[in-house]
Structure formats: structure tokens, C-alpha cells
Design a protein around this ligand. Structure first.
Ligand SMILES: Cc1cc2nc3c(=O)[nH]c(=O)nc-3n(C[C@H](O)[C@H](O)[C@H](O)COP(=O)(O)O)c2cc1C
Ligand code: SF4
Length: 511
């Protein structure tokens, strides 16, 4: 039996809300309990997760409330912090997840908030840059570029006006860590941006968030208002994007903030030298900036660079999604194998069927078969296997997935999201869809049947054999990879080629 009117903690981020957290909270309130809305622990399959005196109950429904209060609930999971999913993690960026109220300045300060910014201001710019470089922090948005080098370039660039821009477009499939930071620990991101501004000499910053994240936008705006005195003279504003995947590409994002069409800019010049409104600009992902306050706290940089493997330093908030039993946020040092993440941590597929593939790194990431699950989760190790870790999203598929269809989808996605600036991506992706359709089309039985098929979509009417069509697909992939202006066209070949390589049978003509 739980005490009569306990303090009940329930998350209020979009995932918890989508799972019905408000309705559960309302029933607890109606019974006279005090309900505190906190950030999510990141154990998504258990949301709405109810916490009372450190004990967890989930996924809870309004009907579960009486049993939870009576201490007889079958949804009890024991002490939350000791749950194996959490106990295996090394949380730095997500150290506050589940533990604090997102918009409470008191909670933030009591858990070490603002210490990094205070120290950064005390030790001076040069030392901040040196510590960031020492930490080995690399950009978590996808490209993995060393954050300290980028900051130093902006700091040393000539110009009186400089900007810090946070890329919170979070367009990759299966990713949600940026959203969790913005909704669960917004002051952390704000502090990271204020440290960046101090280090490079910027007095203005923007957080570019996609419009599909209304809760994140609202929380950030409130948090910026509350934090204003802590970060002054740095001024911060939220800008809302319309949700085009390509607007996550940094130069396209800058165009979008400037009120222009979200079209990719040719590089050089790098945004670090000529970015927003032509001024030197730091563009960093949410997770990159959110790692900074920890790194700038005393001893943080040294600790960070001791974690991980090779040039993949520190921790990575891995996001387990798709057809997976235990989907959620798993922050770990680099180096865990993909198999450990998918099978041990994630518990395999939610459907209970065998895992067929995991797509890592968003829609442009390679499909990885279980035979390669020994790969350590790290930048170089994935690159050596023609894969990428991107923003750390892992999307799992069971054996019912049609990989030929997924390869087609990659081309289709590229065609739909292309900014249209360069030919390999704009035209190549559409030709790619047609090619895959031809490769998978059934061979027409008769000449009459061939003649009746539409020009571009019949198996043999193109005049090429299936083998020649496959070679053409490979040539197209090569052209897109090396001829595209940005990674949207350039990386689309990764999912296509990996699907073709590991599951050629899924490209056989469909009856
Ligand atoms: C098509 C495309 C989409 C991208 N989407 C995102 C995104 O949603 N979020 C992000 O942080 N980076 C995204 N990037 C990477 C950014 O261009 C850039 O590398 C990143 O914002 C730099 O920050 P970082 O160094 O902290 O990773 C995307 C790149 C491309 C080519
Ligand atoms: S690769 Fe695609 S998205 Fe990138 S610049 Fe070219 S057309 Fe635009």
C-alpha cells in the first residue's frame, strides 16, 4: 500500500502525451495526489510511466490508477533508476532525463546547471576552445566534424557580428533525442549555446526547429524567457521550419532562417566563415551543443575524451526505434556493438520475428544485416563498413520487410525531398525509382505484352537485360554519390546499395 496522497511524477513530453500521459495524470490529480510533470526517462515502451517514491509503473492507463495506489498493480517495474535499460547506460547529456522538471530553473541549478557557462566565462575564450578540442567532441548531426575546430574557425574569422545556430531540424527517421533535450532539458541546450556564443564572440543565436515539434517550440520559448538573465548579453530566438528534410542541411537551414527558399548553398564558403546573413556562424546539432555544458564543467573535457573508442569520443545518445521491443533513448559510450544495442538492449523485434535489418543514421543510412551486427557503434568503424551512424537513430525491421521496396523508397524519398539544385539528385533519384521498378518488374510473357507496357516501366522494353539494368543502377548510384552537391543525393546510394548487396533476392521480379 502506497501512502494515501503520494507525489506522482509523470513525463510531459510529446511521446508521453501521445501515449496518454495527461489522462493518467488527471486521474491521479482527481484522487487528491500531487502530480509533478517531469522529463521522460527515455524508456518509451513504458510510457506513460508513473513514478512514486522512485518506483515505476508502466505503461499506465487511467484504469491502472487504483491498483497503483493500492500497491497491487501488475504494471509495477520496481525502482526506475535500477531498471536494466537505464543501469547499462552512461548518461552525460541525458543525466537529468526523468529526474527534473523541464522548466524549473531551481531543478536545473540544483543538478549542476549553469556551472559550465560560469566556468567558461571565468576561464576565457581560448581555454574554452582548447577544452572543447581536448574533449574530442564531434558533431552529432551526422557529419561528425570536430566541434572545437569549427568553433575555433568562427572565433578566428574576421567580422564584428557572429552567430550561433542550433540545428534542431531532426529529420532522420527514428530519431528523437533532440526533441527529448528540447522538451525535457531545454536549459541544457540554452547553456550550451551560450557557451558557444561566449567562445566565438557571438551575441545572437537561433534555434531552428521543425514545425512538427510544437511542444518543443513552446517549451524552448518559455525556457529562453526564463533563462534570459543567465545568458545575457547573448540573445536567443526560436525559428520554426516547415519540415523539409533538406532544411536540416546546414546551408539550406541558413537560407530558411534568412527567409529564403531552403536550397543548399555551394561550399565553400563554409558557414563558419560566411554563414547566416554572410557572417561567421557556428551551426551545431542539439546534441553537440547539449554535450558542451558537461564538457566545460571542471574536469569534464578530460573525462569526455577518455570515454569511447579511437576518434569517437564521449557518449552517443542512441535512439532505438522501428520494430523493436524496447524502443527508447540509450546513451552509451561509443563502442558497443550494433548487435548488443538491437538484441540485448532493445530486446529484438516488437513483433517477435527475426531481425532482418537495422537502418542506422536516418533515411540515407545503410541497411545493416545481422551478419554485421558485430560492428562497434563508432564513426570510423561504421564508415569502414560503408555505413554511417549519423544522428544515432537505429530503425529495426523484421523478416517481413521487402528490401527491394526499401531501396525504392530511398530513391523516392530523395526525389521528394531534393532541393532541386543539382542534377544527380534531382533527376537521378526519379530515374532510380524507375530503374528499380524495371528491375523488379515481372518479365512479360509475350511480345504483345511487352508492347502494351508503358514506356519507362516495363521490364524489357528499355532494351536492356535485367543485368544491364542492375549495372545501370550501380552507375547511377556512383553518379549520385560523387556528383551531388550535398549528402541528400550523395548518401542515397547507401541504403540502395546495401539493400542490393545483402538482399539481392528482394530485387527479383515480383509476380
Ligand atoms: C539532407 C541533410 C539533412 C540534414 N539534417 C540534419 C538535421 O536534421 N539535424 C542536424 O543536426 N544535422 C543535419 N544535417 C547535417 C548538417 O548539414 C550539419 O552537418 C550539422 O548541422 C552540423 O552540426 P554538427 O557538427 O553539430 O553535427 C543534415 C545534412 C543533410 C545533407
Ligand atoms: S544533392 Fe539534392 S538536396 Fe543536395 S544540393 Fe543537390 S539537389 Fe539539393
Amino acid at each position: 500500500m502506497i501512502q494515501s496522497h503520494p507525489l506522482v511524477r509523470i513525463a510531459d513530453d510529446s511521446l508521453a502525451l501521445a501515449c496518454g500521459a495527461d489522462a493518467v495524470a488527471a486521474v491521479f490529480t482527481a484522487t487528491g495526489c500531487t502530480v509533478e510533470r517531469v522529463s521522460s526517462w527515455g524508456m518509451h515502451w513504458l510510457e506513460p510511466l508513473v513514478e512514486i517514491d522512485g518506483q515505476g509503473f508502466g505503461p499506465a492507463t487511467p484504469a491502472d490508477v487504483p491498483a497503483i495506489l493500492a500497491g497491487t498493480s501488475a504494471k509495477a517495474i520496481g525502482p526506475i533508476a535500477a531498471h536494466p535499460f537505464l543501469a547499462r547506460q552512461q548518461r552525460l547529456t541525458f543525466a537529468r532525463a526523468g529526474r527534473t522538471r523541464p522548466l524549473s530553473l531551481d531543478d536545473y541549478a540544483e543538478t549542476g546547471g549553469w556551472a559550465g557557462l560560469k566556468r567558461a566565462r571565468a576561464i576565457g575564450r581560448e581555454e574554452v576552445l582548447a577544452e572543447l578540442i581536448t574533449s574530442g567532441l564531434r558533431g552529432r548531426g551526422g557529419a561528425g566534424f570536430p566541434a572545437g575546430i569549427k568553433w575555433r574557425t568562427v572565433a578566428e574569422a574576421p567580422g564584428t557580428r557572429k552567430y550561433v545556430v542550433c540545428n534542431a531540424d531532426e529529420g532522420d527517421s527514428g530519431t528523437f533525442a533532440d526533441r527529448m533535450v528540447m522538451e525535457g532539458d531545454p536549459f541544457l541546450l540554452i547553456e550550451g549555446m551560450a557557451i558557444a556564443a561566449h567562445a566565438v564572440g557571438a551575441d545572437r543565436g537561433y534555434i531552428y526547429v521543425r514545425s512538427e515539434y510544437p511542444h518543443a517550440i513552446a517549451k524552448l520559448r518559455k525556457a529562453i524567457g526564463l533563462a534570459i538573465l543567465h545568458i545575457a548579453p547573448f540573445q536567443l530566438e526560436v525559428r520554426v521550419g516547415a519540415g523539409a528534410y533538406v532544411c536540416g542541411e546546414e546551408t539550406s537551414l541558413l537560407n530558411s532562417i534568412e527567409g529564403k527558399r531552403g536550397e543548399v548553398r555551394a561550399k565553400p564558403p563554409l558557414p563558419a566563415l560566411e554563414g547566416l546573413f554572410g557572417c561567421p556562424t557556428v551551426v551545431n546539432n542539439v546534441l553537440t551543443l547539449a554535450a558542451v555544458p558537461h564538457i566545460l564543467s571542471a574536469g569534464g573535457a578530460e573525462l569526455y575524451q577518455r570515454l569511447g573508442v579511437d576518434r569517437s569520443k564521449g557518449t552517443m545518445p542512441v535512439q532505438l526505434a522501428g520494430n523493436i521491443r524496447h524502443g527508447g533513448l540509450f546513451e552509451t559510450t561509443f563502442g558497443m556493438t550494433l548487435g548488443e544495442l538491437v538484441n540485448d538492449v532493445g530486446g529484438g523485434t516488437a513483433s517477435g520475428r527475426p531481425v532482418k535489418a537495422a537502418q542506422v543514421g536516418g533515411p540515407l543510412g545503410a541497411y545493416i544485416p545481422p551478419s554485421q551486427f558485430h560492428l562497434p557503434f563508432a564513426y570510423e568503424q561504421f564508415a569502414a563498413a560503408d555505413a554511417l551512424i549519423g544522428h544515432g537513430g537505429v530503425v529495426v525491421f523484421d523478416d517481413t520487410v521487402d528490401m527491394g521496396g526499401m531501396a525504392r523508397f530511398a530513391m523516392q524519398f530523395c526525389a521528394a525531398e531534393s532541393c532541386g539544385k543539382c542534377t544527380p539528385c534531382r533527376i537521378g533519384s526519379t530515374r532510380g525509382v524507375e530503374l528499380i521498378d524495371r528491375i523488379r518488374a515481372p518479365t512479360p510473357a509475350t511480345a504483345d505484352a511487352v508492347a502494351s507496357l508503358p514506356q519507362m516501366h516495363n521490364g524489357r522494353k528499355s532494351g536492356r537485360s535485367r543485368e544491364e539494368e542492375l549495372q545501370l543502377l550501380e552507375d547511377l548510384c556512383e553518379t549520385m554519390q560523387f556528383g551531388s552537391l550535398c549528402a541528400l543525393g550523395g548518401f542515397t546510394p547507401y541504403p540502395v546499395r546495401s539493400a542490393l548487396k545483402h538482399w539481392p533476392e528482394d530485387f527479383e521480379p515480383k509476380a
